[in-house]
Design a protein around this ligand. Structure first.
Ligand code: FE2
Length: 132
């Protein structure tokens, strides 16, 4: 998954966080493809989960601070994704799930779809409140 300008939300701080998120998904993919062990993959997955939570919280804090009208449905999308990653983590740890191309495709598609379909909607609001 490559970062490209069409993933920009027009707010540099958020773009930087999204770039890190994409980089972590790529790290997970590379580790998976090069056949890294379970402990390595679990660690990367844990880091991805933690960073995702950090990033979502940052977005949500701005939304609340700026009175963003679509905060509630946006937060719901975040919660669903965090839950999904936690489910992957648990299933992988319990050896009920392999880290497959399907998992990777899900992560990439979700992130790209969420940035384009939901995050770009807060651009005007965030910029009106002084973010750039
Ligand atoms: Fe978001």
């Amino acid at each position: 998954m490559n970062w490209s300008d069409d993933l920009s939300v027009g707010v540099s701080e958020i773009d930087e966080q999204h770039k890190k998120l994409v980089a972590q998904i790529n790290t997970l993919h590379d580790a998976m493809r090069s056949g890294q062990g379970k402990d390595v993959l679990e660690k990367i997955l844990g880091e991805l989960a933690a960073y995702t939570q950090y990033h979502f919280t940052a977005e949500e804090e701005y939304m609340q601070k700026f009175g963003y009208p679509a905060y509630a449905p946006h937060k719901k999308e975040h919660v669903a994704f965090v839950t999904k990653i936690a489910t992957f983590q648990e299933a992988y740890a319990a050896e009920k799930l392999g880290l497959s191309i399907e998992v990777m495709t899900f992560l990439r598609d979700w992130v790209a779809g969420h940035i384009r379909g939901s995050d770009t909607h807060y651009t005007a609001c965030f910029r009106e409140h002084g973010l750039a």
